[in-house]
Ligand binder design. Structure first.
Ligand code: MRU
Length: 347
């Protein structure tokens, strides 16, 4: 299993996903600013992973506290570093979930001194990393039970090992089903503009010898129409209490097409992605990214450089297009709200 993030001596070490599949290269971040920049530039991406990376970034910040000359007291410094990391990407709730968890620990233990709390924060980030892998394996086990032998699954973006600390959410379900010889084919949508499907999902599945076929995003409907898709499984960046789901741009279109073709549409996500403070998805902030992501492909302009562009990174799939939400604690079917709240509260 490829490591997506680690901590080594005095640096957060990240697999630079912007270079995949051409190069497997790790970047050492020696400052929280470098960590924040790596998240912003999507060198690391995927909701669960950016949460854990930000947690490591905050631990790094506190380990550096005495050596910085910020002129801030410890609480002010902690808050400024937390805000720096929180400002990187707005949609995935896992980022805020992870930073809040770190903040709770800080509140409980900061009276024991900077060095003590820094080491405890590092320990907490390492626990999050291990927990994420265990959670993904449980999602995989719960989800694979929904799939029949010979399944042909469509997915979008990359909700795999690369989007997490290992194993993956949507791809975790596919991995578990593959281990039980249930997967005939994975249809990977290329996922313009950043091509996480083409660059990451195809690479990751190929490494594990899981059969995968790449399609451009606009081929999804025709592939379904041909009867070549048995289920669609996607990840999530934020799930509201009623089940409305924000995920990579293009997810909503797949859900509409799935309903038209009577294909089950599953969302696989950890409970840390469920935000029960939001009654529905309409208030979720949808990140808009640099217009050049759309104007360019692999660093080459594919349009006039001054073309006007709309570049939302995510969209919102209404809950009534979702067949089930697969979590580490169980599979929830509609109506989602009572089930999501029950699992979130550990009942
Ligand atoms: O912009 P990205 O690559 O961070 O978007 C990632 C996704 O949309 C994933 O589907 C989601 O974060 C779930 S990853 C397990």
């Amino acid at each position: 299993m490829i490591a997506t993030v680690g901590f080594d001596d005095d640096a957060v070490v990240l697999l630079d996903q912007s270079r995949l599949p051409g190069q497997v290269q790790y970047q050492r971040c020696h400052t929280p600013e470098q960590v924040a920049q790596a998240i912003r530039e999507m060198k690391v991406r995927g909701a669960p992973l950016i949460g854990v990376v930000a947690a490591f970034g905050l631990a790094l910040a506190m380990l550096r506290y005495q050596s910085t000359e910020s002129g801030l007291d410890m609480d002010q410094y902690f808050n400024s570093q937390r805000e720096l990391l929180a400002s990187t990407r707005p949609t995935a709730v896992n980022l805020f979930w992870a930073l809040e968890r770190m903040q709770r620990l800080y509140r409980d233990e900061s009276h024991l001194g900077a060095r003590h709390v820094a080491l405890r924060l590092l320990q907490e980030a390492r626990s999050m990393y291990q927990e994420d892998i265990a959670v993904n394996r449980a999602i995989g086990e719960n989800g694979e039970a929904l799939l029949a032998p010979g399944s042909r699954i469509m997915t979008i973006c990359n909700a795999g090992s690369l989007a997490t600390c290992g194993y993956g959410t949507a791809l975790g379900v596919i991995r578990s089903a593959h281990a039980r010889h249930k997967i005939e084919m994975v249809w990977a949508c290329e996922t313009r503009p950043v091509l996480q499907g083409a660059r990451l999902t195809v690479w990751e599945l190929t490494q594990d010898n899981i059969p995968v076929t790449l399609i451009t995003d606009n081929m999804a409907g025709y592939t379904m129409k041909l009867g070549k898709v048995d289920a669609i499984i996607v990840g999530a960046d934020r799930i509201a209490a009623n089940g409305d789901t924000a995920n990579k741009i293009g997810t909503f279109s797949l859900a509409v097409l799935a309903q038209y073709h009577s294909i089950p549409f599953y969302v696989a996500a950890p409970l840390s992605t469920v935000d029960v403070s939001l009654p529905d998805g309409h208030v979720i902030t949808i990140e808009e990214r640099d217009q050049d992501e759309v104007r360019r492909c692999a660093d080459k302009y594919i349009t006039v450089p001054e073309a006007r562009v709309f570049n939302p990174a995510f969209d919102l799939t209404p809950h009534d297009l979702i067949s089930a939400i697969i979590t580490e604690s169980g599979v929830i079917k509609a109506p989602f709200e009572s089930g999501l709240r029950r699992l979130k509260e550990g009942r």
